[in-house]
Design a protein around this ligand. Structure first.
Ligand code: KE4
Length: 431
């Protein structure tokens, strides 16, 4: 494959954009080589600036459950464009999207639209702190909730620790109230709440983690979280920016039957445009200005283009109904099984974690990956080789061992076959 135009663009980009990318995950840093510059997306495929075509297993890191340039979403955006792009004033579209979100996620009685997942989680935590009058927040190692300072806390070991800044520019006092636990560690969670329950404003988690690679909750973990937060009067926040509308129409909370106090959304709900949302119990959300004293705002929040795209996406998913999610489940399981078999045949030790249409191949000899410490046993150099072999075969896979791959609901049997074959070849090349 020829990558000349990408290389030339990357050389220019690197002069004017830090790392040549507008988000670090895109930089290919952990897999080697330079990032590819994309010219367009077509359904399940990406075409780069050199004309190379790839099956897209990232879907823009989650939003594109219905693939690129879906005609219904494009039509909704186009229709709105002729009326202008933003008014800085309320529109009927925002009400329709808010009502659709509340209908999809019953634990959300009231919702505020914002422009990114980071804004959603940052705002939800501020509301939880305002509502409880408490400062401490709890997150889990390997969970990513966007780049708000207080969420960029480096975890300690598996025991609850006060967070330390893991990235420059985050003063220690900003993360002093951020406590980090090991995901799925029920005992540590109970010990923390026994000791500090009354001081905790909220717990935020990815109910199915995607950001250390895909790691599902073990039985009892979410239930314990629900019980402990209820008992302590702490707000339970499900960060469903990734899992919302992906693992079920109602997200992970529908799949596992656990009702959080607040939920954050992003990615799919924006139909491929900048849109996030946070919401929850009415009494909590009524603390948000101008109703209450917790301030949160945004120039382009709920803008008519993004809300049009979001509404079109949600109507597509509703029309697809349970059949759409059953197919995602079946395809995800089929691909995960195929990866395990190919790795076995090639004598490459892997753990494949998969929930619905999100999955990760951990190149590790561990017997399971249920937390960040397990995930970090992965051989990232081996992952990088596998990634580059897939890329050379026309499969665009997430360029990091610690990310989830996302399947799309529009994949055909040919697309699925392409991925299975390419992965088998890539595993064989590692043998
Ligand atoms: P954004 O601010 O990137 O829209 O959303 C932040 C966020 C919040 N919560 C969860 C569970 C998320 O996965 C994310 C963003 N996810 C990453 C990919 N793992 C976005 C990709 C990127 O950073 O470029």
């Amino acid at each position: 494959m020829n990558y000349d135009t990408s290389k030339a663009l990357f050389a220019k980009a690197a002069q004017v954009i830090p790392g040549g990318v507008n988000s670090p995950v895109r930089a290919f840093r952990s897999v080697g080589g330079d990032p590819l510059f994309i010219e367009r997306g077509e359904g399940a495929y990406l075409i780069d600036v050199d004309g190379n075509r790839y099956l897209d297993c990232i879907g823009s890191w989650g939003p594109l459950l219905m693939g690129h340039a879906h005609p219904r979403i494009l039509a909704a955006i186009t229709a709105q464009l002729s009326k202008g792009t933003t008014y800085g004033a309320p529109t009927a579209l925002e009400v329709q999207l808010a009502e659709a979100i509340c209908a999809a996620v019953p634990s959300i009685e009231m919702v505020r639209l914002v422009s990114s997942g980071t804004e959603a989680t940052m705002s939800a935590i501020r509301v939880a702190r305002g509502y409880t009058g408490r400062n401490k927040i709890v997150k889990f190692e390997g969970n990513y909730h966007g780049h708000a300072d207080f969420l960029l806390a480096k975890a300690g070991s598996g025991v609850a620790t006060l967070g330390l800044p893991e990235c420059a520019g985050v003063p220690a006092q900003v993360t002093a109230d951020t406590i980090t636990l090991s995901f799925n560690d029920i005992e540590a969670l109970q010990a923390l709440f026994d000791a500090h329950g009354e001081e905790i404003a909220c717990v935020i988690l990815e109910p199915i983690v995607g950001n250390m690679g895909c790691v599902p909750p073990i039985p009892g973990f979410l239930q314990t979280l629900r019980e402990q937060t209820t008992k302590a009067g702490a707000v339970l926040i499900f960060d469903e920016v990734m899992t919302g509308f992906r693992v079920a129409y109602g997200g992970a909370q529908e799949r596992y039957g656990i009702v959080p106090d607040m939920t954050t959304l992003g990615k799919i709900v924006g139909g491929g445009l900048p849109l996030g949302a946070y919401g929850g119990r009415r009494e909590i959300m009524e603390t948000v200005a101008p109703l209450g004293a917790v301030y949160q705002a945004g120039t382009l929040s709920g803008n008519p283009i993004a809300t049009s795209a979001g509404l079109a996406m949600l109507s597509l998913l509703q029309e697809g109904g349970t059949a759409l999610y059953e197919r995602l489940e079946q395809v995800g399981t089929e691909i995960a099984e195929s990866f395990r078999e190919s790795a076995r045949n090639a004598n490459v030790p892997v753990i494949v974690n998969q929930v619905g249409s999100m999955l990760t191949v951990f190149f590790t000899e561990a017997t399971a990956v249920t937390n960040y410490a397990d995930a970090k046993t992965s051989d990232t150099a081996r992952f990088a080789k596998w990634f580059r072999n897939l890329l050379a075969q026309g499969v665009y896979y997430p360029p990091s061992q610690y990310e989830a791959a996302f399947l799309s609901a529009i994949w055909t049997t040919d697309d699925i076959h392409l991925l299975k074959q390419a992965a088998d070849t890539a595993f064989q090349a590692l043998a």
